[in-house]
Design a protein around this ligand. Structure first.
Ligand code: BMA
Length: 373
């Protein structure tokens, strides 16, 4: 509370009908925003987390990508995570050096692809990671809260990174920024079980305003729920900070297994896609599936069958598949942790068919589209 809503809630609504939330968005950011509305009429972009950094059987090989190994083309959207930027660590939480990430982001922009950032930010109250879902954390970072000043320093570190992203043309690189993701789940410190709608909205507005005041004008803001606790449009909108604060509405969803679980993934995705499609139309926003996947893709036709069926004919901007880590040391018994096929993987042939579909857009498609002009 403490006045933040009063101070920051005076954006002009008319602006957002034609441009992104940030009224001072750079030319390229505003162009991307506008072009994404045109692009969705052609199809949806395929995205992959950490695509250029590592794959199931390799790490940091120049130009390599599991998607490219399989299809000959890169994805159109590339996801990266800022986790650990808060402590100015050299590497993010999954070991990607921030300097390398900056280079990847530049390469992507230079060839007309799209970058998106999430932030698995540590819990500022407990000092543990973002999965420490302790009561009162969001309250503690809001103005007047015990961790507010500390959180501002963390935001400064993130802002510094955002400001350092420049293309070969010297322009700030537009980023689809997805703060406080999956908040309807109960696993992150900003999750709805430990945060009221009012607190979440304040945190969101504070974040947008803080970046804008730091001169960060290359962000397109992505609102993101999990599939957890979202049955209806009202559930999806319960923590929505308002049309003046959000550019893209999205959700994350994972296929948890075969049989009934696979059917559930399709049914839930269909329902959620219908919700974001309706919200996007009524609020003049873009929409996306910001994270999805079936770990280790054990079903050979998952791409042309399950995922294609789940998305249907709704006009979303992109679907992003999670990272291809390979061996996952966090899990017992040890399991392979990856979400897109590598060469020779069970679903690789099907992925090639999926790649060839007219409405799935990869790097070559979006390069032609000139999203930043
Ligand atoms: C999770 C897993 C973790 C990873 C985290 C942040 O879904 O992939 O291994 O640390 O995302 O990228």
């Amino acid at each position: 509370m403490l006045g933040v809503a009063l101070v920051v809630s005076c954006k002009s609504i008319s602006q957002t009908a034609n441009g992104p939330v940030d009224e001072k968005a750079t030319k390229e950011t505003a162009a991307l925003y506008k072009n994404l509305f045109r692009l969705k009429e052609k199809g949806y972009m395929f995205g992959h987390q950490d695509d250029l950094a590592y794959g199931v059987e390799w790490k940091y090989e120049k130009g390599r990508s599991d998607i490219k190994d399989v299809t000959g083309d890169y994805p159109a959207v590339y996801g990266w995570d800022l986790g650990r930027i808060e402590s100015k660590s050299d590497k993010n939480l999954d070991g990607v050096p921030f300097d390398t990430m900056r280079e990847f982001i530049k390469q992507v922009y230079d060839r007309g692809g799209v970058n998106t950032l999430s932030w698995h930010v540590n819990n500022p109250l407990s000092g543990r990671d973002s999965w420490d879902n302790a009561q009162g954390t969001v309250a503690s970072v809001l103005p007047g809260g015990s961790q507010h000043e500390k959180f501002k320093v963390w935001m400064d570190n993130a802002a510094e990174f955002m400001l350092s992203l420049k293309g070969s043309d010297g322009k700030p690189i537009p980023i689809l920024y997805r703060p406080y993701h999956e908040f309807t789940g109960h696993w992150f410190w900003w999750g709805k079980n430990t945060t009221t709608p009012q607190q979440f909205k304040e945190l969101w507005k504070f974040t947008v305003q803080y970046f804008e005041n730091k001169g960060v004008h290359n962000l397109i803001y992505v609102y993101n729920t999990s599939d957890s606790n979202v049955t209806t449009e009202a559930d999806f909108m319960e923590y929505y900070p308002g049309d003046e604060w959000v550019d893209v509405v999205s959700f994350d969803i994972y296929n948890g297994g075969e049989g009934e679980k696979q059917a559930k993934f399709v049914a839930d995705t269909k329902r959620l896609v219908a919700i974001i499609d309706k919200v996007a139309k009524e609020h003049n926003k873009l929409s996306a599936i910001a994270e999805a996947g079936y770990e280790a893709v054990p079903y050979s036709n998952w791409w042309t069958n399950t995922l294609t069926d789940a998305i249907g004919d709704k006009k979303i901007s992109y679907v992003l598949l999670w990272r291809n880590h390979g061996w996952n040391e966090h899990m017992t018994p040890p399991k392979m942790h990856y979400y897109v096929p590598y060469k020779g993987q069970l679903s690789a042939d099907d992925f090639i068919e999926y790649y060839k579909k007219e409405n799935t857009l990869f790097q070559k498609d979006v390069t032609k589209f000139k999203l930043y002009k």
